[in-house]
Each structure stands twice: as C-alpha cells, then as structure tokens.
Design a protein around this ligand. Structure first.
Ligand code: AMP
Length: 380
C-alpha cells in the first residue's frame, strides 16, 4: 500500500487543513513516530516540510483517494472542513474527533443549543434571520448586544457590537444578510478557557483553566494557569467540557471559551480542535495539547496535562518582529509559523516561562516591549 513517504512511522495521520495548527501537530507527533499528510485547498506555507500537501478542493475525488492512501486515522486542524467530507472519509478511515463535533461547532446556533441542552450556562441569545427579528430580539435582550454570523466567523470577524439604536438600523444588511445570532453583551471580569483531551475510551484529561486577553476579537495573550481560580469555577469549567466532549463522543483536544463574571462562567464558544489558548502547553505543560491530540487520535496513552512552568503566551499578530531580540529575552520560547506577514494574521507566538507566576509575568513585560503592539488593521 502507498504509505506516507517517511522512513519509519508507526502511525500515519491525515490532517484536513494546512495552517499553523497542522504544523504544530506534526512537530509534536513526529518524535513519537507519527507521519503526517495534509489536505488543504490553498497555499499552505506553515506545513511546508512537515508532510505531503495535497493541494486540491474539498470535492476533488482524485485528491480524496490520494489523501487517504495508507492513512490510519484522519483529523483536522481547521473547523470549516465540510461535514459531508468528514462523513465520507469516515466510511474508509476513522475520523477523530467525529463529524458531529464539526457539525456543532460550525454553527453558533447549534453550539449554543448544545450548551443549553447540557445545562452549560451561556449568555442570553436569540436566532436572527432578518432585520425585523433583530429589532424584536433587541427589545428582549437590550443594548449593548453582539450580532454574530452563525457560520464562518473567527478571530472576531463576522460580528458587530451594537451599542445604540443607530447601530441597530441596517445591521442585518451590514453583516451580510445571513443567518445570525444576537447575544447579550457580557460585561465580563475576564475571559478564560479550558482545553481538554478525551481518549477513545472516554477519559477526559483537562489542562488548567487559563486566562485570555483579546484585542479587537483576536487572542493576544494567554496566562497559564489563570490566577485565582476558585474550586467551584474550576469544577464547573471541567464539568462543562466533560459533558460537551462526552455528548459528542469526542476524541482528541477541544477547547471551550468562557466569560467569567464573578464566580459565574458563561460558555461563549467551543473549538473542536487544538486551540490558540492551549499553545502555552508546548513549553509550559508536561505534555502539549498538540502531542496529546496526536496521542488521542492514534489511540496512544496520553501524557500529563499538568503545569511544568507558569507561562504567558503572547501572539505575534501581523508581524514576526525581531526573532533575535525575542530569543535574547529570558524565558522566551519562539514559535514561528513560517507564514508571510499580513495585518491581523497570526504569524507566530512566544511562550514566556518563569519558575513562578510573578517571574513569568515580569519576563512577559519585557517580551511585550520587544514585540510592540499587534498590527491588526485589515487582517485575514
Ligand atoms: P468570539 O468570536 O465569539 O470568540 O468573539 C471574539 C471576542 O469578542 C471574544 O473573545 C470577546 O472578547 C468578544 N466578545 C464576543 N462576544 C461577546 C459578548 N457577547 N460580550 C462581550 N464580549 C464579547
């Protein structure tokens, strides 16, 4: 059989998508004897050198055959893969996590509905299919509120904060006249997320809760672990992720983002994949989210998810900055995605480690000075 062309590999994993998450999965999997092949329709700078890249549209039958030849399991690093493709692949090779996770995560309405059906608290929301529905939803939910496209939103794109009646006027047209949800704007104390990994036999291994800072909707910083997490908050976050993962018979790494208000957690969204708020784990945890995802989908035992070093993860957005200056900073570990620079684009991140949280925070301030402000405008 036509195996993935690497000298020796015990597991052959196919990845749908060709971005930095795929690159970091391959980086983590290779030392374990795992070989990778990618399928991504466009150019995929990040994965160059990390495995064969099948560059073809998702409906290309010849690509389908070439991609699957010799694979043991297929996963994804990009959640807008067609659900029908995941189902079709599943007729030949196990797809982990299963297509149900994609189906739920691709639509904010099904995500919120899933949260609610599992008793996971969310902020108030309503489905929107026109300007009339938006206006009645505003009457119910009030202002400010956030109008979000149900599909294909990421990094704060496809959403608009509505603060006044003037913002509401014409908002449905402005966002593209597509199905949306309206959410109450949450005056949160902070944003946190929980990344966890579920095995084929249903054991869930959570990483610690982390605190995330977004700038214009894009994750800018993760503090791991989050400071001052009460036992109740930790337990609720873990319970929510466990319930969600169990309900999807999920295999691999997943993340849930929450707004924290006092001691309350409101689920905002899920990511059915390795997640930017888990990147700290590459250097700060005993086993990274990437390695554990690969281990989980290959049916291998997972590694510990515990903290080795308190870590601040800083994203490089729009420009990679000066790598030499970054590497010269104490405790800084640079992860470059091999992507060209473009405003708003995540081109790398730096994990800043310390022997204590305070040491990590202090070092992170130095690194932040070297990185400068993110370049956001007009990003993609
Ligand atoms: P999302 O794409 O839903 O993750 O939104 C991106 C970011 O926008 C979030 O991480 C928050 O910082 C902010 N945001 C989104 N929805 C709300 C909301 N309902 N209330 C307050 N801030 C929000």
């Amino acid at each position: 059989m036509n195996r993935v062309p690497v000298p020796v590999a015990d597991h052959h994993v196919g990845i749908l998508g060709g971005g930095q998450l795929g690159r970091m999965l391959a980086e983590a999997g290779r030392p374990l004897g795992v070989a990778f092949r990618f399928w991504a329709p466009g150019a995929a700078e990040s994965i160059a050198g990390f495995g064969e890249h099948i560059r073809a549209d998702w409906d290309d039958d010849a690509a389908f055959e070439r991609f699957l030849a010799g694979l043991d399991v297929v996963t994804w690093e990009f959640e807008n893969v067609p659900v029908s493709l995941a189902h079709r692949i599943g007729e030949f090779v196990p797809v982990r996590p299963g297509p149900a996770a994609l189906d739920v995560a691709q639509d904010r309405l099904s995500e919120k509905t899933r949260f609610e059906s599992l008793g996971i608290a969310t902020n108030a929301w309503l489905p929107i299919d026109g300007q009339g529905a938006l206006e009645s939803a505003i009457a119910e939910i009030g202002l400010p509120a956030v109008l979000k496209k149900r599909r294909f939103g990421y990094d704060g794109k496809g959403q608009e904060v509505l603060r006044s009646e003037a913002d509401v006027a014409g908002a449905f047209e402005r966002i593209g006249a597509v199905p949306c949800i309206l959410e109450a704007f949450v005056p949160f104390d902070r944003e946190v997320s929980l990344v966890a990994v579920r095995t084929i036999d249903g054991r869930v291994h959570p990483y610690p809760l982390v605190e995330n800072t977004h700038v214009e909707g894009i994750l800018s910083r993760t503090d791991a672990p989050a400071a001052a997490v009460s036992d109740g908050v930790r337990a609720r976050a873990e319970e929510a992720v466990r319930a969600l993962a169990d309900s999807l018979d999920y295999v691999g790494t997943l993340a849930v983002e929450f707004f924290q208000v006092g001691d309350e957690l409101l689920a905002n969204e899920m990511a059915p994949r390795v997640h930017n708020s888990g990147h700290w784990s590459q250097d700060g945890a005993v086993t990274s989210q990437f390695e554990n995802h690969v281990r989980a989908v290959c049916g291998l035992p997972l590694g510990p998810t515990s903290v080795a070093w308190p870590t601040v993860m800083l994203n490089l957005i729009g420009r990679r900055g000066d790598p030499e200056a970054l590497l010269a900073c104490d405790g800084a570990r640079l992860h470059d995605y091999g992507k060209s620079e473009r405003p708003g684009r995540k081109v790398g991140h730096v994990n800043v480690l310390g022997s204590t949280r305070d040491a990590a925070l202090e070092r992170a301030e130095v690194v932040r000075g070297v990185i400068g402000e993110p370049e956001l405008a007009g990003g993609s």
